[in-house]
Design a protein around this ligand. Structure first.
Ligand SMILES: Nc1ncnc2c1ncn2[C@@H]1O[C@H](COP(=O)(O)OP(=O)(O)O)[C@@H](O)[C@H]1O
Ligand SMILES: [Mg+2]
Length: 372
């Protein structure tokens, strides 16, 4: 976490008045209300620029370059990472928002009516992958999306504990598993189906096969997004799964230690190899905020994931501090974004969900390279 509150300044947007669309030479209509730019005390400018017009990918890239050039002239800005969010073009076949938010009855099996499947992955176990996956799913649902959550971590399924669910899922008339609905999301976990001690003997190829089967055999119904909590690691099982699940993107979770970061780097490389866009890296257990005095300590170091993201040229999604309520609420079956919505961790997780939602909703939204 940074030392002070981030600076948000509407005047940053003034600097972008009169940007031209290279396609037609016309001024770019910025939607100021939907645009946000934030400069943190370390000199990183992040945010999204909303454009009230359709843009080609090419035009968006050129506009973004020009925006970054201008923003980089602000004293104190060391790097800028902005996402351009444009209106869908008229020939875009994506359904209207009204269609998207009306969740279909959870009847159809498999991924036929699932718009985007995203993976939450880490090279290493114990870094908070499941914590991020659960809170991301709940926060996306709070944002109005129809959300599913699939726990594909066969070795250590977390959902039964984190959502306090132990019942076996029903099987419907078509012999498809019916997801268990909790906090407005449809969930399925290997942990609902098999005993934890039996799971331990599963081997790589079985894992990938079983998970792919689960994705296909669950009556997910219509979903805007299905979040998959991946098995830890970057071996064959994960690679196969990344290919089979037709992922729209991946969120990589790491702690700040070098060892975890090396594994995170492997995870980024794995997704890139199979053409899955990395939606970003999250630094979990970033800082410890003393509940008594508010002092911040960086038990495991700090900032490593942001540096890693910059080096790999993938977005950095934010830092989730180490906080007692995260673990306690997880153990009680209530994700922290619901149990302690005002905690630092919940805020960071909501912010991550917002960025992920924005990128999924708009194929033109992406992150710029580091400013010159
Ligand atoms: N930011 C955090 N603050 C406090 N505890 C955390 C945080 N992130 C994860 N934990 C705890 O650490 C443990 C491991 O997290 P988990 O999400 O299960 O990791 P993974 O899925 O990567 O194995 C859990 O007990 C969880 O509650
Ligand atoms: Mg887990």
């Amino acid at each position: 976490m940074s030392d002070g509150p981030p600076r948000t300044d509407g005047s940053l947007l003034d600097l972008l008045q009169g940007l031209k669309n290279p396609a037609d030479g016309q001024p770019v209509p910025l939607d100021r209300k939907a645009s946000r730019l934030t400069l943190d005390p370390e000199g990183t400018l992040t945010g999204q620029l909303a454009v009230a017009a359709p843009l080609t990918r090419e035009a968006a890239a050129r506009i973004e370059e020009e925006a970054i050039r201008r923003l980089a002239t602000i004293p104190g800005v060391r790097q800028a990472r902005i996402a351009i969010v444009a209106q869908a073009a008229a020939d875009d076949d994506s359904p209207s928002p009204a269609d998207r938010t009306a969740p279909a009855a959870a009847s159809s099996a498999g991924l036929a009516e699932v718009r985007s499947v995203i993976a939450v992955a880490s090279g290493k176990g114990g870094v908070g992958k499941s914590t991020v996956a659960v809170n991301l799913a709940v926060a996306l649902a709070q944002g109005g999306l129809a959300v599913g959550l699939m726990d594909a971590d066969i070795y250590g399924p977390s959902l039964p504990l984190m959502l306090d669910r132990r019942e076996k899922p029903r099987v419907d008339a078509d012999r498809h598993l019916v997801p268990i609905e909790v906090f407005g999301i449809r969930t399925m976990s290997m942990g609902y189906l098999i005993d934890a001690d039996k799971a331990a003997i599963w081997r790589g190829p079985m894992v990938a096969g079983a998970v792919a089967q689960l994705l296909a055999d669950v009556a997910w119904g219509g979903l805007d997004v299905l979040v998959v909590d991946m098995p830890p690691g970057t071996g064959d099982a994960q690679l196969t799964l990344a290919q089979k699940a037709d992922l729209a993107g991946a969120v990589i979770v790491s702690t700040p230690q070098d060892l975890a970061l090396i594994d995170a780097r492997r995870a980024v490389a794995m997704f890139e190899r199979v053409g899955v866009p990395v939606l970003g890296i999250v630094e979990n257990m970033s800082a410890f905020v003393c509940p008594q005095c508010g002092h911040e300590a960086h038990l495991f170091g700090h900032g490593g994931a942001a540096r890693e993201a910059a080096e790999r040229k993938v977005p950095f999604l934010g830092e989730v501090p180490l906080e007692m309520p995260v673990r306690i609420s997880a153990d009680k079956g209530r994700p922290v974004v619901l149990s302690h919505p005002d905690s630092h961790a919940a805020r960071a997780l909501r912010n991550i969900a917002e960025q992920v939602g924005t990128r999924l909703a708009n194929p033109l939204s992406y992150i710029a390279e580091e400013a010159p």
